[in-house]
Design a protein around this ligand. Sequence first.
Ligand code: C2O
Ligand code: CU
Length: 489
Amino acid sequence: MKRRSLLSLAVLTGAGAILGGCSADERQSALTFTNRLRIPPPAAPVTDPDGAKRFTLTLQTGSTEFRPGTVTAGTWGVNGSYLGPAVRANRGDRVRMSVVNRLPEATTLHWHGMRLPAKMDGGPHQMIEPGTTWTPEWTVDQPAATSWFHPHPHGKTAMHVYRGLAGLFLIDDPDGPRLPSAYGVDDIPLIVQDKEIDSDGELETGGVDRGTFGLLGSTILINGTYDPVLPVSTSLVRFRLLNASNTRVYRIGFADGRRFDVIAGDAGLLDRPATVDRVKISPGERVEIVARFFPGETVVLDSRGEPRRTANDIEEDDFHLLEIVAAAQLTPSPAPPATLGGPGRATTPPGARVRRFSLSGSEINGRDMDMSRIDEVVPAGAVEIWEIDNTTYAHNFHIHEVSFRILDIDGSPPPPYQAGPKDTVFLPKNANARLLVHFGPHTDPLTPYMYHCHLLRHEDKGMMGQFVVVGPGTEHLVPRNLPTGHHHG
Ligand code: C2O
Ligand code: CU
């Protein structure tokens, strides 16, 4: 069945969402899988005299033809009119980014999932004014992973991401296991985003910064491709799923219910493949899967809401995402290894420091984000337990710089596919999670990292806090107020 109509969006979209001229049903049922899936082009670095790989990323405005013959104005992209290239680096590489802001307003570029010094992080304290260039650099020192980049200006992230500013940052480890890795052939990124695009092609933005959840769009784009189809030519294909939507949560699998292997989460490989028929992925999260195809078949990748639906959750709509068409002859792929090299199940270390974060409405521990306030001071290299208690509707929780493991959700261990290294965790209504968080070595008492809900409407409303990482034993010396709420540079 190629057609499935949407459930009512009206109850889910919040006060300000705009559904546009034709109904969600009409638009979704029009999918015919006719546009070849776009693969984000690899970014081409130059090697600087000191050996660093330099990538130039230009943030720019443009218009984009999502539907053939219909031009959508007002999209933003990186080195193009919508989304950006795939930046790629090896573990151990020195990278230097030239981020050129050709937008009409100030923004930032944050390296989501990257472990680096706070000044290089691209959070709300590293604003890039229009017409200027920001040049962070760092040494990539973390396991292979599918990371990404997107703007992070305080209060404006939702709109900047919605207009199209986001891209992949793939980290490779030459010592890693042998996996499908021919980019665009059997290693396919899938950046999943929902938009509201009306019949004239206009990008609806009115709901993005309104309502409880902001805009929940009825049009799904994959890598910026509307109504996408992907021909495949190998028996196994690795898909790197990235939820780069503002708010939507997907439960992704195949329409025919076939099972597949999850090999990695946000921050790296699992210890062994986890076989599932669906993965849930909330904004900011990544899941890498390997799926098997048979010669000549056609199968649809889709998203289906939880069978048991609860009021005020946000993952409840059904969508077709992508049609995959297997060639009549498929090149046989070697089986993925039985062990992948990631860490095994996390256990609670005795004596670890515990910090508690209560999520209510769009506040954390009863407070809104304040750019001049340091909420937490963490010693470098610490391993801590962060308990996240969601007392209201659906949220998620992302921590910059770190990698964490989910110890438990509502008292139970996470499903095996979510047991690996992560940086973002979904918290359904009233859920709580305990995270085992590994902090990095980079100290800076004056420049904070962020933790926040990655539902961008919530983040923009102030559901964010700041922590600094400092030399062990110096915690008490750290000022809890920053001299200014807003520094540039
Ligand atoms: Cu993906 Cu604080 O961000
Ligand atoms: Cu939230």
